[in-house]
Write a protein that binds this ligand. Structure first.
Ligand code: HEC
Length: 189
């Protein structure tokens, strides 16, 4: 039957292609840099946290611990008290400026959820070495940022249960996009 023959021919062809690819792969030069990530590392990077914070991993961090993480890993770019510096934006202040002519968008004035700050810092910061903070360090440094912005107290310890409960000052500052060509999914903030 021609179809069976064709199928067999196709399968044979795929086999040869796979074998050739493996052969070539084996011959790629090694560059002597880096190492394969450990399973633990992959698991800790494989976290995406949405506004509701359901995906937040276990862990916790106190404001005090966050101050230390911040001074070691963030202050160089964002200033010792998050006021901003040459290499990084201000993370503090700016409340009430968003509707003015010179809006200052910071964690305190702009971000609508504490959970997504966790997500952003976990995945993107420190800018020059993203993904190197432990989950506890991320909780701690986010707690410190919330404290600097006057949103939580100095004694607070943040974790997966209480971070989603934080009401950010600009929580209701986002309005639905009125452009008619947008779908419902893109509309809701
Ligand atoms: C090497 C410099 C550098 C370091 C270190 C660094 N950041 Fe940043 N950070 C930046 C830059 C640059 C941006 C803007 C990135 C962009 O717009 O894509 C940024 C953006 C941010 C933002 C978003 C600001 C906003 O409102 O848009 C937050 C929050 C933040 N950083 C927190 C941190 C924390 C917490 C640390 C320490 C764990 C840290 N950063 C370390 C350079 C740095």
């Amino acid at each position: 039957m021609p179809t069976r023959k064709a199928a067999a021919g196709f399968a044979g062809c795929v086999c040869v292609m796979v074998a050739a690819t493996l052969l070539l792969w084996g011959q790629l030069p090694g560059y002597g840099v880096g190492r394969p990530p450990t399973l633990e590392e992959i698991e800790s990077w494989d976290v995406i946290v949405g506004p509701e914070g359901k995906e937040l991993p276990p862990g916790e961090g106190a404001v005090m611990a966050g101050r230390e993480v911040f001074s070691l890993r963030c202050a160089e770019c964002h200033g010792s008290e998050g006021q901003g510096a040459d290499k990084g934006d201000a993370l503090v202040g700016g409340e009430g400026t968003l509707t003015g002519t010179r809006p200052l968008k910071t964690v305190g004035s702009y971000w609508p959820y504490a959970t997504t700050i966790w997500d952003y810092v976990n995945r993107a910061m420190p800018f020059d070495r993203p993904g190197t903070l432990t989950h506890d360090q991320v909780y701690a440094v986010v707690a410190f940022l919330l404290y600097l912005n006057g949103i939580i107290g100095e004694e607070e310890v943040m974790n997966a249960a209480n971070l989603p409960l934080v009401t950010m000052p600009n929580r209701n500052g986002f309005v639905p996009d009125p452009r008619p060509d947008l779908g419902e999914m893109d509309r809701a903030p």
